[in-house]
Design a binder for this molecule. Structure first.
Ligand code: SF4
Length: 428
C-alpha cells in the first residue's frame, strides 16, 4: 500500500542545481571558441578547488556515465563497448563512458564534451580508475598526472600519509596544472575557494543530520544523491555551491517545521514506517522505480555510505583554508572507497545507532569491486554487533541487464516483513 501523496513541483534548489549543471556543460561545449581547457578527474578524492584555481573546467566521467544511464543511453553505449572488446566483467561506468566517447562524446545535456587537456587521476582505492584513464589516454593522447593516495588500511590517517600526498600535490599535480593552464598557482585564491567549500559543507552536513528527526524530512540515499551532486562534482569552492546548499538547507528546514517526510517519485511520504541504512551505490537505470519500491513500503533511508564517496562531512571533515594542501590531502585520504572494511563496519554500526534505524540493507552492484568486495562479511558483522535485521539486494550501476524489478521487490518485501515481525516480537 502506498504511503505517499502526489509529487509536488520540483524544489527551488533542484531547479538551481539543474541550471548550474546546464551552464557548466554549455561552457564545456564551447571550449573550442572560448579557449578554456578541461581536466578529466574522478569523483572520489577529486581536487575540484585546485583544478578551478587554474580556471580549468572539471569533467567527471562517472557522472557522465550515470547521467547517460538516467537518460536511457547506457544500454547502447555498453553494447558498443562490448562489441569493441571490453568484457562483460568490466565496470559498467567504464563501458558506458567508452560507448559515449565512440558515439560522438555527447554529454548528459545533449552537448558535445571536449577532449581532455589533462587526465588527473586521484587514486583513491579503486584500481579501475587506473585502467579507465589508460583507455582514455590511448584514445585522446592527453597528458596524465597521478596522485597516489595511500589506502587507509588501519582506519587512520597518519602524518606520513598526509605529507606524502602533500608532496605529490606540490611536486607533481600543481606543476602539471600550471603547465596545461599556463597560469601560476594562487595560494590566496585557493584559501578563498576552501572557505567557500567549508561553508557549503556545513550546510550539507546539516541536511544529512536532519534525517535523525522523526519523520525524517529527507531520504539520505535516493534524495541524498541529488544533495551531494554539486559538492562531489564540479562546484565545490564556488559561490554557486554555497548558494545551492543555503537554499537546500532552508527547504529542508521548512519540511522539518511542517513535520513532513521526504519527497519521493510517488510524492511526499506521509507515514514513515521503516528507517533503514543503505550500503552501496544505487542503480541508475531504474532509479525512480527502485526508489519507489522503498517509498511504497513506507521506508526511508536515513543514512547511506554512497553519499560519503566524496567525503564524510557528517562526521566533521571540512576543507580548511588555514591548511590548504593538508586538508586537500585529508579529503582524498578520507573518502569512502579508500577505507578498510573494519572502518566501513564501524561507520555502518554508528549510522544504525545515531539515526535510530531499523536495520541495514546492502545494495551490491555487479560493477563495483570498490564497494562490493567484502559486503557479505560486513553484513554479517553488522548484524552480530547491532542485532538489527540486515538484507542483501543485487543489481548494477548502469547496466540494465542486471536490474530485476520482480526479484528486488520480492526481497524488499520479505526484508520489511522481517523487520515488522521483529518489532512486533520486541513489543510482546
Ligand atoms: S569499480 Fe566502482 S569505484 Fe571503481 S570506477 Fe567502477 S564504479 Fe567507480
Amino acid at each position: 500500500m502506498s504511503t505517499t501523496t502526489m509529487a509536488p513541483l520540483k524544489d527551488r534548489s533542484q531547479l538551481r542545481q539543474k541550471q548550474m549543471i546546464a551552464a557548466h556543460f554549455a561552457r564545456l561545449a564551447r571550449t573550442a571558441e572560448s579557449g578554456e581547457k578541461s581536466v578529466y578527474t574522478f569523483v572520489p578524492g577529486n581536487l575540484t578547488e585546485l583544478v578551478r584555481n587554474f580556471d580549468l573546467l572539471p569533467v567527471l566521467p562517472e557522472i557522465n556515465a550515470l547521467q547517460s544511464s538516467m537518460r536511457g543511453k547506457s544500454k547502447e553505449y555498453i553494447a558498443l563497448a562490448e562489441k569493441l572488446g571490453h568484457s562483460e566483467d568490466v565496470c559498467s561506468y567504464v563501458k558506458c563512458d567508452i560507448g559515449m566517447l565512440k558515439s560522438g562524446n555527447v554529454g548528459p545535456t545533449g552537448e558535445r564534451l571536449p577532449a581532455p587537456d589533462l587526465l588527473l587521476l586521484s587514486y583513491t582505492g579503486c584500481f579501475t580508475f587506473m585502467k579507465w584513464f589508460e583507455l582514455l589516454r590511448q584514445e585522446y593522447g592527453a597528458p596524465t598526472v597521478m596522485l597516489h593516495v595511500p589506502y587507509q588500511a588501519d582506519g587512520v590517517i597518519t602524518d606520513a600519509m598526509r605529507r606524502y600526498v602533500v608532496a605529490q600535490l606540490e611536486k607533481k599535480v600543481i606543476p602539471a596544472l600550471e603547465k596545461v593552464s599556463g597560469k601560476k598557482f594562487d595560494l590566496d585564491k585557493l584559501r578563498e575557494q576552501l572557505r567557500l567549500s567549508a561553508q557549503a559543507e556545513d550546510d550539507l552536513a546539516w541536511v544529512l543530520h536532519s534525517a535523525k528527526h522523526r519523520p525524517s524530512p529527507i531520504d539520505a540515499y535516493f534524495g541524498g544523491v541529488y544533495y551531494i551532486g554539486p559538492m562531489f562534482s564540479a562546484f565545490r569552492g564556488t559561490q554557486d555551491a554555497v548558494d545551492y546548499y543555503r537554499e537546500l538547507r532552508a527547504e529542508v528546514q521548512e519540511r522539518l517545521d511542517a513535520g513532513l517526510g521526504p519527497v519521493t517519485p510517488a510524492g511526499t511520504m506521509e507515514h514513515e514506517k521503516f528507517r533503514v541504512v543503505v550500503e552501496g551505490p544505487p542503480n541508475w537505470t531504474s532509479f525512480n522505480e527502485f526508489w519507489r519500491m522503498f517509498a511504497d513500503e513506507g521506508a526511508v533511508v536515513v543514512a547511506s555510505t554512497y553519499t560519503k564517496v566524496g567525503g564524510f562531512y557528517d562526521f566533521g571533515y571540512r576543507h580548511d583554508p588555514e591548511h590548504p594542501l593538508e586538508s586537500l590531502a585529508d579529503y582524498c585520504l578520507g573518502c569512502y572507497t579508500n577505507l578498510d572494511l573494519g572502518t566501513r563496519v564501524d561507520v555502518l554500526c554508528r549510522y544504525l545507532e545515531e539515526y535510530d534505524a531499523d536495520g541495514l540493507l546492502v545494495h551490491s552492484v555487479k560493477s563495483c569491486n570498490s564497494f562490493s568486495a567484502g559486503q557479505l562479511v560486513m553484513l554479517a558483522e553488522v548484524e552480530k554487533r547491532t542485532g538489527r535485521p540486515v538484507g542483501f539486494l543485487e543489481s548494477d550501476l548502469v547496466d540494465p541487464r542486471y536490474f530485476s524489478a520482480a526479484n528486488l521487490k520480492n526481497r524488499l518485501e520479505s526484508y520489511f516483513q522481517m523487520v515488522a515481525q521483529k518489532r512486533a516480537g520486541a513489543r510482546r
